[in-house]
Ligand binder design. Structure first.
Ligand SMILES: *Cc1c(COP(=O)(O)O)cnc(C)c1O
Length: 389
């Protein structure tokens, strides 16, 4: 099979998958792989999760899309569930992480104007952050390699240094309408924020009447062992964006906001044709039920502790591993300089799929319902790959 007509935006592995079940994937030649990438933190219930398959079948036979000119019970219920589990007041639904961040930025600009006039438009983001590829989300992504070719980007954006309070403090003033960051930086290497850093940002945002935006597109929806990573930190943002795992493989994004932030959005300010359609929301409801009522959060927390502990043992044993970081089942294994790709390729030879990240880091993102036996199998394969380095 040859892909002649797909745009050249990804460097891909030479693998074509056609089937999956739980953490296992089968390629077109019948070869089985243990998948610890989970579609980049998307397939939180594994591949072909029966609950999701059943939800898609049931809901698609009933109602898939009606537009946002009308209501559906699914959109109302998913918004209720998300708010009840998190303490936010309002939800906006869209289809992706990028769109949810784009929405958050628009709320921030509207909030700024309403509270501080034409001048209150300044947005602070972090070095090495990742918020998406649209021009707005890219503008607050603090990585020149992604930004450079697409300038001019949106204006009045300033980069601070992650986990460095003084770098944010130096940029804060009454013109700031928002500070945006990932509580655990994902693409740049699974780097958790220091608790004091988040608390200090919360206080700075209060002081200058700016919105604190947490991008939980990757670290949210149970990855951290809690529904949202900020619940682990005990720091409540004004806006929390999410997507990836929210539909367990069905595309859906959501922006959770306090009334304080959301009240400035009125009809006409924002929209999304597919956003919050009954099919996507039905999947979101199933995911919320699995996470909060069927023990998946607890499993993610316990299996995350176990996986981190076992990876730490490998780090103690092998020089090629520099550090193990993370939270729940969002784990980064930082390799010695130059060893990341070799580790991922070596794992692939063992039929274990792992994703890279910045900072020489290998990401472990198994499904949140993974079992100890499956983790042991993955660890065995990873150790073989590290041993061969
Ligand atoms: C993946 C990701 C995004 C972008 O999400 P898309 O669904 O690809 O648009 C934004 N922020 C973070 C933290 C992510 O990990």
């Amino acid at each position: 099979m040859k892909a002649n007509h797909v745009m050249n935006t990804y460097s891909r592995y030479d693998l074509i998958f056609e089937e999956g079940r739980g953490p296992w994937l089968t390629d077109i030649s019948g070869e089985r792989y243990l998948d610890f990438v989970s579609g980049i933190a998307v397939n939180c219930l594994g591949h072909s999760a029966p609950q999701i398959a059943e939800t898609v079948a049931r809901q698609s036979e009933k109602l898939m899309h009606i537009s946002n000119l009308y209501w559906s019970p699914q959109q109302i219920e998913l918004a209720d569930r998300l708010c009840q589990a998190s303490g936010f007041d309002k939800v906006f639904f869209c289809n992706s992480g990028t769109e949810s961040n784009e929405t958050a930025l628009k709320i921030a600009r509207k909030y700024g104007r309403a509270k501080g006039g034409e001048e209150k438009t300044k947005i602070i983001c972090m070095h090495d952050s990742f918020h998406g590829r649209s021009l707005g989300a890219l503008s607050v992504t603090g990585q020149e390699k992604y930004r450079q070719a697409f300038r001019p980007l949106i204006g009045d954006v300033y980069d601070a240094v992650f986990n460095d309070v003084s770098s944010v403090e130096a940029l804060m003033d009454d013109r700031v309408c928002a500070v945006i960051l990932e509580p655990v930086q994902g693409e740049s290497g699974i780097i958790p924020a220091d608790p004091e850093f988040l608390r200090a940002l919360r206080a700075l945002c209060e002081k200058y009447d700016a919105l604190l935006i947490f991008d939980e597109v990757q670290c949210g929806m149970g990855r951290s062992g809690k529904l949202f990573a900020h619940q682990k930190y005990g720091v409540m943002p004004d806006i929390c964006t999410t997507a990836k795992a929210l539909g367990a493989g069905f595309p859906i994004g959501a922006v959770l906001a306090s009334d304080k932030a959301a009240e400035f959005f009125v009809p006409g300010d924002h929209g999304c044709t597919f956003g919050g359609n009954p099919l996507a929301c039905a999947c979101g409801i199933t995911v919320m039920r699995e996470l909060t009522e069927n023990g998946i959060l607890e499993n993610a927390e316990q299996m995350g502790d176990y996986l981190q502990k076992r990876l730490q043992q490998l780090a103690d044993k092998y020089d090629a591993i520099e550090e193990v970081r993370g939270m729940g089942l969002l784990i980064g294994v930082q390799m010695k300089e130059g060893k990341k790709s070799a580790a991922i390729d070596g794992a692939l030879k063992q039929k274990l799929l792992l994703a890279g990240a910045g900072n020489e880091t290998v990401r472990f993102l198994p499904p949140l319902n993974i079992s100890r036996e499956e983790l042991d199998e993955g660890l065995k394969r990873f150790e073989a790959a590290v041993e061969a380095l």
